[in-house]
Design a binder for this molecule. Structure first.
Ligand code: FES
Ligand SMILES: [Fe+2]
Length: 471
């Protein structure tokens, strides 16, 4: 494969201000202009801000003191999503969520609201629920000596209560944490201070107003421990710069070097990649029909389908979007006719600080979550969920049970994970292992980021620093 735009040249000063340079290929905004069903206004704008070119220190990826500071100032203070509403539909249903050394549970109440509690007994501290996961119960009972709380947090029973005259039940309610709801997700915030959820998420709720995340169900849920820092893990998903070297098999059919990167406030950033186009790196562009053939994952027998033939005046994007609108609409028993070509096929990916990555598109339906494990800066729990549209009529399937894949097992071993798709994640994990090791041996102070393509990493770390500076 010969490079069309010389991606391996050496940096040169072209006289432009830092942050102004872009890949010379058509931009995402130019590409979507050619679509048959135009993208909504929320996609038809850019929001890039140059944030400097200084190196970002490596110590933040492995130093214990830095990590401990993050636990105190970020993981104890930020909104973080726990589960989907569908995980706990009935009164008494609960979901246990663990991050670093903390454990919380959210419990559905009789009136349909949700309360969040610290998962720790007020007798001698034992976790009321042993491990992460979901279940249901009439009350919350400690497995050690049996102290029991109502599902709303009021103390219900203490065995041998005669021995605890000093325990005032009015003061022994379970400590609560704030709970918020958005897009079918339940969030908690361990801190009573700071913004309400919707203010924290802005402008995400506005962007997602027509994307109906609450009308999706969990089709796949896999979890895997990664051998790297929690920030490093998600940074691998914030840029497309690595596709050329790490995922060369993806270069036919994805505009990788011409991805659009946007940042909004402190908590939100966006990656917007056009699919069904040639990579700017391809020396010999594929025809529109060849692009269609490359875009298909899974069952390739459908290639004989007339609906996949590129007609007069059409391009691969238009044909593939129309095809998926029909095929996926039938599969998920829902009308997808309102979705533009871009929403049907493109990679649209939002990052929500500190650890959520969310794809509102229809054919790429992922949500990622990244959490530190215990007090180890070198270990991260990574989850991938697929959120599919619920049927227009009737019940959606129950949320898929979390499936754990061990560190050296392929992502493809998770039920429902396409082999080619899983291989892409395997390539990312292989990088993360050697990156975590490499930053520790480096004699250079820190990482040198691209001004445009890696701006989301800089934005993410800028927000980290803002939180760490807070008293
Ligand atoms: S530690 Fe919970 S009942 Fe004793
Ligand atoms: Fe990747």
């Amino acid at each position: 494969m010969v490079d069309a735009i010389n991606p391996h040249g050496l940096p040169a000063d072209d006289g432009r201000e830092f942050g102004e340079a872009r890949c010379p290929a058509p931009s995402v905004q130019e590409i979507i202009q050619g679509d048959a069903m135009p993208a909504p206004p929320v996609l038809a704008h850019e929001s890039y801000e140059y944030m400097g070119s200084e190196d970002i220190g490596y110590g933040r990826y492995y130093e214990q003191a830095f990590f401990d500071h993050e636990i105190e100032n970020i993981w104890s203070k930020c909104w973080q999503w726990v589960c989907r509403e569908d995980h706990i539909p009935e009164p008494g249903d609960y979901y246990v969520y663990e991050v670093a050394d903390f454990s919380y549970l959210v419990v559905r109440q009789k009136d349909g609201s949700v309360k969040g509690f610290v998962n720790s007994c007020l007798h001698r501290g034992t976790k009321l629920k042993r491990a992460e996961g979901f279940g249901s119960g009439n009350d919350l009972r400690c497995p050690y000596h049996g102290w029991t709380w109502e599902n709303d947090g009021r103390l219900k029973a203490v065995p041998c209560a005669w021995d605890f005259p000093h325990v005032d039940s009015a003061k022994y309610g379970l400590p609560q944490v704030r709970v918020g709801h958005w897009g079918g997700f339940i969030f908690i915030n361990p801190s009573d201070d700071g913004p309400e959820l919707l203010d924290y998420l802005a402008p995400l709720p506005e962007h997602f107003a027509d994307w109906g995340m609450e009308d999706r169900f969990v089709e796949l849920h896999m979890c895997k421990e990664l051998p790297c820092n929690w920030k490093m893990a998600q940074e691998a998903f914030l840029e497309s710069y690595h596709v050329l070297e790490t995922h060369p098999q993806l270069m036919t059919g994805v505009g990788d070097a011409n991805v659009q990167y946007d940042t909004y406030g402190d908590h939100i950033s966006r990656f917007y990649a056009a699919l069904g186009v040639n990579s700017p790196h391809l020396a010999s562009p594929l025809t529109e029909q060849e692009l269609i053939n490359q875009m298909l994952v899974g069952d390739r027998s459908v290639l004989d389908n007339d609906a996949l033939k590129v007609g007069e005046g059409e391009n691969a994007r238009i044909v593939m979007a129309r095809f998926l609108r029909n095929v996926m609409g039938e599969k998920y028993k829902t009308d997808l006719s309102r979705f533009s070509d871009s929403e049907m096929i493109d990679t649209i990916e939002y990052h929500v600080f500190p650890n959520m990555v969310l794809f509102p598109g229809i054919s790429l339906p992922m949500v990622y979550r990244f959490r530190p494990i215990g007090s180890n800066p070198d270990r991260t729990l990574f989850e991938i969920l697929f959120l599919r549209p619920k049927p227009d009529k009737g019940h959606a399937p129950e949320p898929a049970e979390p499936h754990y894949v061990s560190e050296h097992e392929s992502y493809s071993s998770a039920p429902g994970m396409d082999a080619a798709f899983g291989a892409v994640y395997d390539q990312d994990t292989d990088n993360l292992r050697v990156q975590q090791q490499g930053v520790k041996t480096s004699r250079k102070h820190g990482e040198t980021l691209a001004n445009y393509q890696e701006v989301r990493i800089r934005h993410f770390n800028r927000t980290i620093d803002k939180y760490l500076e807070q008293k």
